[in-house]
Each structure stands twice: as C-alpha cells, then as structure tokens.
Write a protein that binds this ligand. Structure first.
Ligand SMILES: *Cc1c(COP(=O)(O)O)cnc(C)c1O
Length: 352
C-alpha cells in the first residue's frame, strides 16, 4: 500500500527533531541533561498561565471559541490596535497562510539558510520552493531577495534568523516590502530577545505578515500557540482557509494568562541577554552575533553531527545545523538555558 503515499513524503525525510533527554540519560550515566537543543524557555510557564489553563480544562467539554477572541483581545491589550490571527503554533499559522494565498504550482521564496519548516510546508502544499541565499556573513541582500521574489505569491524571511541568530534591519525589510509584489511573511519567533520593533511596518505596508509564537519567551512550547499580525484584507480569508477550532481552549487560556504577566517575560529576556554575552566571550570556537536565545557555533574541523554526539556524551543536548537548508555541516546551535545548564555546556565545549 506504500504506493499510495504522496511523492513529497515517500522520498524526503521531513522535519528534524532534537535528541531526547531520556535517551542521553540512559546511555551516558549522567544525572542531569542540559536541554539546549530547541530554544525553549527553561523555566515553567507563568503561574497566571497555569491557573488560567487549569480553569479552562474544567470547561473542556465545549468546543473552543472559533475566532480565539479572548486571545485576540489579550493581544490587542499587549501590542495595541492591530489585526491578529492565531494557529496551532506559528507552524500552524505558516501552514494556514500558505493555504490561504498559494495555489499548487505557484512559487514560494525562502531566504536561506533558515528554519526548515517554510520550505517543507510549501512543498507539501504543492508549491515550487525557491531559495534566496543570504550573503556569506548571513545578512540579507534586499535587491537579491526582491529579484528572487519576482512573480512569487509569498516569501519567508526570519528575523532574528534561526539558526544564524542575526536580524535584518527594519529599513532592509521595508526596502523588500516596497520592491516585492507578493506577501512577505516575517518570522519574529525570537524578536522578544532583540532590540528591534517591526510592528510599525504593519501600519505602512499591506503585504506584510508578522509571525509570532508563545513557544519561546512565553514558555508555552508544549501548548502550541502561535499568532500573526496580518493586514486587514487577509484576515477573513485566513479564517476560511483555517482548520475549524484548531487552537484548543486550554492553550488559549494559558496564552492569555502568559500575556498578563509581562514581568516574567522581561526576566527571561534579561537572563538570555546576560548569558548570550558570556557565551560569545567564552565559547572557544568561532561564534556568530545573536539577537535570539541561542548562539550558532562553527565547530570546524569537526562536523556539527560529531559535536552533538560528543556533547551529548557529556550530558548536553545541542542542535546540529546540518539539516538547515543551505548551511553546510560544520555548525551547531546552542540555546540559552538555566544557569546550571549553561555552565555544564561551557565545561563540555572546552573538551571538544
Ligand atoms: C520555534 C520556531 C517557530 C515555531 O514555533 P511554534 O512552536 O510552532 O509556535 C517558528 N519559527 C521559527 C524560526 C522558530 O524557531
């Protein structure tokens, strides 16, 4: 029956997941594993989020609100007067935006090297994926990006970029918005760790979507909540294309609770910024400046995969960047975790 599987899944390998802590614990005889592979917030969610989610669980016999109104209202309180759509993680938002605007066979542009899901989601939707490579230093050339995007319905740009960590200046994003015909999806998963605000661009451009997630600084990765700032024209069609009731009521409530606790977000940001500086100073390999909660490291002459294995043997999980399209095989990405995790990592990388 395998012949029934679509070609895009039969041949390709799909999303690459990080190694599991349990597997390392079992194999290495280590008592504590530093989980620095997935850019999560190492602290539990805000007590406000836990309380709201617990209350929502008691009413889980009902379907959730199909427009996620409580979350949209909370987002308007948090960010101001913008239009928002929500999804099952930002990944869910990405899929729904593709479904809303791209016909099978049409072109989707991806600025590379970057997060792999844009290309995977577009390809499985039947789109033609075109990579727009960044410069050698991983900065984005707006003119080249615009050229690559000619005729494309949709283009993806990640800032701060995963896994390289650098940001695209708002002026360069604006140049791209003015030059391209299609829609730009700007992935801001890590923007809370940076000193940049792209939101004002929403007021001046009709072809911009800002993707956000509650998985990183808001510490809700396990509940899968994503959202996006969208232009007014797109909103009703996004709802038509979306899976009904995709975002569950417990996750919705938790997200509203987390947004009501901005002090916790600031603490997380300050913790990341302190450690990011220390990582850049103390890691004995070439590192790349980062605006996010992770740092990319060039581990040559080792490969990223080798480095991941060796660090795992010392109780530290990091991510090999080999699966990121267009990057090559000599990089790893390490997330900033709790103090003890970061210390354990700095000791382990000395021995590499
Ligand atoms: C983590 C991440 C996301 C997806 O987050 P969700 O957990 O699906 O909300 C999106 N983009 C980038 C670049 C990420 O690193």
């Amino acid at each position: 029956m395998r012949r029934l599987i679509r070609a895009c899944f039969a041949g390709a390998s799909g999303y690459s997941y990080a190694k599991k802590a349990e597997d390392v614990l079992a194999s290495a005889g280590i008592d504590r594993v530093a989980r620095l592979a997935s850019n999560e917030n190492p602290r539990p969610p805000s007590p406000a989020a836990i309380e709201a989610a617990t209350a929502a669980l008691r009413a889980a016999n009902r379907y959730p609100d199909e427009r996620a109104s409580v979350l949209v209202e909370a987002l308007r309180r948090y960010h101001g007067d913008y239009r928002f759509v929500t999804g099952v993680g930002m990944d869910g938002v990405i899929e729904t935006v593709i479904r809303t605007v791209v016909e099978p066979g049409e072109t989707v542009v991806v600025s590379t090297p970057t997060f792999s899901f844009y290309g995977l989601a577009a390809a499985t939707h039947g789109a033609r994926v075109v990579n727009a490579p960044r410069r050698e230093d991983f900065s984005v050339d707006p003119a080249a990006f615009i050229r690559a995007s000619q005729g494309a319905k949709l283009a993806f740009l990640c800032s701060p970029n995963n896994p390289t960590g650098n940001s695209v200046p708002p002026e360069a994003v604006e140049e791209i918005l003015e030059g391209m015909e299609g829609l730009l999806f700007l992935d801001n998963a890590y923007v809370d760790f940076a000193d940049i605000d792209y939101r004002p661009l929403m007021r001046r451009h009709e072809n911009l979507v800002l993707g956000r997630t509650m998985s990183k600084i808001f510490a809700l990765a396990g509940l899968r909540v994503g959202y996006a700032f969208v232009p007014e024209w797109l909103e009703p069609f996004y709802h038509r294309a979306a899976t009904p009731f995709a975002l569950n009521s417990v996750s919705l409530a938790a997200a509203v609770g987390a947004l009501a606790d901005p002090d916790r977000v600031l603490e997380a940001r300050d913790h990341v910024r302190r450690w990011r500086q220390r990582f850049l100073e103390e890691i004995p390999f070439r590192t790349f400046p980062s605006d996010a909660n992770f740092v990319m490291i060039d581990v040559a002459p080792r490969t990223g995969d080798e480095a991941v294995e060796r660090l795992a043997a010392r109780g530290v999980l990091v991510r090999s960047c080999t699966s990121f399209p267009g990057l090559g095989n000599r990089y790893i990405r390490v997330s900033i975790g709790e103090d003890w995790e970061n210390e354990q990592f700095l000791e382990a990388i000395e021995t590499l």
